[in-house]
Design a protein around this ligand. Structure first.
Ligand code: RFL
Ligand code: PHB
Length: 401
C-alpha cells in the first residue's frame, strides 16, 4: 500500500479533469489525476467539435492554445436548412463579433495531455476500483493499479469522471436531486476523410429527420443523422449513411457532398440531465459528471469548460486569498449557466428533430417557430447569442506561485 498526499485529487482525465489540472498547475496548486481508462483510450475518443469563444479564451489562459490557434477553424456563422432552403445565422454580426471555433475534443484532450507530460505532472491511468471517502470531513481516495493499493489524502476532490463515474454515485441520496429527460432517438455519427460539404456547419430540419454537417478540418468531415434508438451501427453501411444524408439535404449540398469510407461510426443516445447541487462538502462535480445536454447546441464540452473556469477560480481563491467565497458559490454559479445551456440544447433539439407521434398541429407550430426565428432579427440574435456561448461570471484569480 502507498499513501499519497495532495491538495486536489481529480477523478477523470477527460477535458474537465485535464483542464482543471492544467489551471491548478499554472497557479502552483498541487494535484493528481486518477483515470480508470488507458491514456491511449482517452486520447482517441471522438466526441465534440465546437468551442465557444469563452472556451478558447480559457484554453489560452491555461497555455494550451498553440495547436488550437494554428489548426482551429474560426466560424462566424451557421446554416439552418429547413423546407429545402438554407438560412444563414450570422453569429458574429449578431453578437458584436463573437465566433465559435471548430476544433475537435480529441485534439483538446491531446493538447492537454501533452502539456501535462511536458510539465511532468502525476496521472494514474488504468486505475481500478476508484473510491472516494470522507468528503464531508477529511476526504481521501483509494484505488488499485498494477496490483498495488493506493490511498490519496487530499483537501478537495474534483469529480470529473463523466456521466457514468463514481463521484456522483457516492453522494448520499438525500443530499442530491437529479433532473432528466431522455429523447426517443439517437445520433448516428460518421467521421470521414472527405472535404466538408460547406464552409459552415449545416443544421438540417427535414421530414426524414434531423441531420448535421460538421467538420474537423478542411479535409475531414463529421456528419450526423437522427436515427431511431433501436438502430444498431451494423444496420448502417457507409452507402446507406451517405444515401440517407443526401436525402435530407438541399439540392446544392447534394451536388457538393463528397462521400468516402467512414473512419469512425457510432450511435449516441440523447439526454438532458442535471444534478443539484454540484458541491457536496469537499467534493465538487464538474462536466458530464454533473450534467448532460443533447449535442444539438454543441454545449457539452463547453459546459465542462465553464464549470472548470468557476472551480479553478474558486480553488485558487481558497489557496491564495484564504477565502471560501468562490467555493461556497460554485454550485449556484455553475447551475445558473448550466440551466441556460440545458434550455438552449433542449430547444434546438425540439425545434430541429422529428418526434414520433407529433400531430400535424405540432408540426405546423414548429414550422411557424422556425420561420419566426429565422425571419426575425430578435429570433436570430437569441439563437446566435446562445450558440456562441453566454459569458462567465468569474473573478479571475491569478496564479500566485
Ligand atoms: P468525459 O469526457 O466523459 O471524461 C470523464 C473521464 O472520467 C473517466 N472515469 C473515471 N475515472 C476514474 N474512476 C472512475 N470510476 C471513472 N469513471 C469514469 C472516464 O474514463 C473519462 O476519461 O467527461 P468531461 O471531462 O466532463 O467532458 C465532457 C465532454 O466529454 C462531453 O460533454 C462531450 O463530449 C459530450 N458530447 C458532445 N458534446 C458536444 O458538445 N458535441 C458533440 O458532438 C458531442 N458528442 C458527446 C458526444 C459525448 C459522448 N459520450 C459521452 C458518449 C458523443 C458521445 C459519444
Ligand atoms: C461536431 O462537430 O461533432 C458537432 C458540431 C456541432 C454540434 C454537435 C456536434 O452541435
Amino acid at each position: 500500500m502507498e499513501i499519497l498526499q495532495t491538495q486536489v485529487a481529480i477523478i477523470g482525465s477527460g477535458p474537465a479533469g485535464l483542464l482543471l489540472g492544467q489551471l491548478l498547475y499554472k497557479a502552483g496548486i498541487e494535484h493528481i489525476i486518477i483515470e480508470q481508462r488507458s491514456a491511449d483510450y482517452v486520447s482517441a475518443r471522438i466526441r465534440a467539435g465546437i468551442l465557444e469563444q469563452v472556451s478558447v479564451d480559457l484554453l489560452e489562459k491555461a497555455g494550451v492554445d498553440k495547436q488550437l490557434k494554428e489548426f482551429g477553424l474560426p466560424h462566424t456563422g451557421i446554416e439552418i436548412l429547413t423546407g429545402g432552403e438554407k438560412h444563414r445565422i450570422d453569429l458574429s454580426g449578431l453578437t458584436q463579433g463573437k465566433q465559435v471555433t471548430v476544433y475537435g475534443q480529441t485534439e483538446v484532450t491531446k493538447d492537454l495531455m501533452q502539456a501535462r507530460e511536458e510539465a511532468n505532472l502525476t496521472s494514474f491511468y488504468e486505475a481500478d476500483d476508484v473510491k472516494v471517502y470522507g468528503f464531508y470531513g477529511k476526504p481521501y481516495i483509494s484505488f488499485n493499479k498494477d496490483g498495488k493499493f493506493y490511498q490519496v489524502n487530499c483537501d478537495f476532490i474534483a469529480g470529473c469522471d463523466g456521466y457514468h463515474g463514481i463521484c456522483r454515485a457516492s453522494v448520499p441520496e438525500d443530499k442530491i436531486k437529479t433532473f432528466e429527460k431522455v429523447y426517443p432517438f439517437g445520433w448516428l455519427g460518421v467521421l470521414a476523410d472527405v472535404p466538408p460539404v460547406s464552409d459552415e456547419l449545416i443544421y438540417v430540419q427535414s421530414e426524414r429527420g434531423f441531420a448535421l454537417c460538421s467538420m474537423r478540418s478542411e479535409i475531414r468531415s463529421r456528419y450526423y443523422l437522427q436515427v431511431p434508438l433501436t438502430d444498431k451501427v451494423e444496420d448502417w453501411s457507409d452507402e446507406r449513411f451517405w444515401e440517407e444524408l443526401k436525402n435530407r439535404l438541399d439540392k446544392e449540398s447534394q451536388e457538393n457532398l463528397v462521400t468516402g469510407p467512414s473512419i469512425e461510426k457510432s450511435i449516441a443516445p440523447l439526454r438532458s440531465f442535471v444534478t443539484e447541487p454540484m458541491r457536496f462538502g469537499k467534493l465538487f462535480l464538474a462536466g458530464d459528471a454533473a450534467h448532460i445536454v443533447p449535442p444539438t447546441g454543441a454545449k457539452g464540452l463547453n459546459l465542462a469548460a465553464s464549470d472548470i473556469a468557476y472551480l479553478s477560480d474558486a480553488l485558487i481563491e481558497f489557496y491564495t486569498q484564504n477565502s471560501e467565497e468562490g467555493i461556497n458559490q460554485y454550485s449556484e454559479k455553475c447551475l445558473k449557466r448550466v440551466w441556460k445551456a440545458e434550455r438552449f440544447s433542449w430547444w434546438m433539439t425540439h425545434l430541429l428533430h422529428r418526434f414520433e407521434g407529433e400531430s400535424e398541429f405540432d408540426l405546423k407550430i414548429k414550422q411557424a417557430e422556425l420561420a419566426y426565428v429565422l425571419g426575425s432579427h430578435a429570433g436570430q440574435t437569441t439563437l446566435a447569442e446562445n450558440y456562441v456561448g453566454l459569458p462567465y461570471e468569474i473573478n479571475n484569480f491569478q496564479a500566485a506561485s
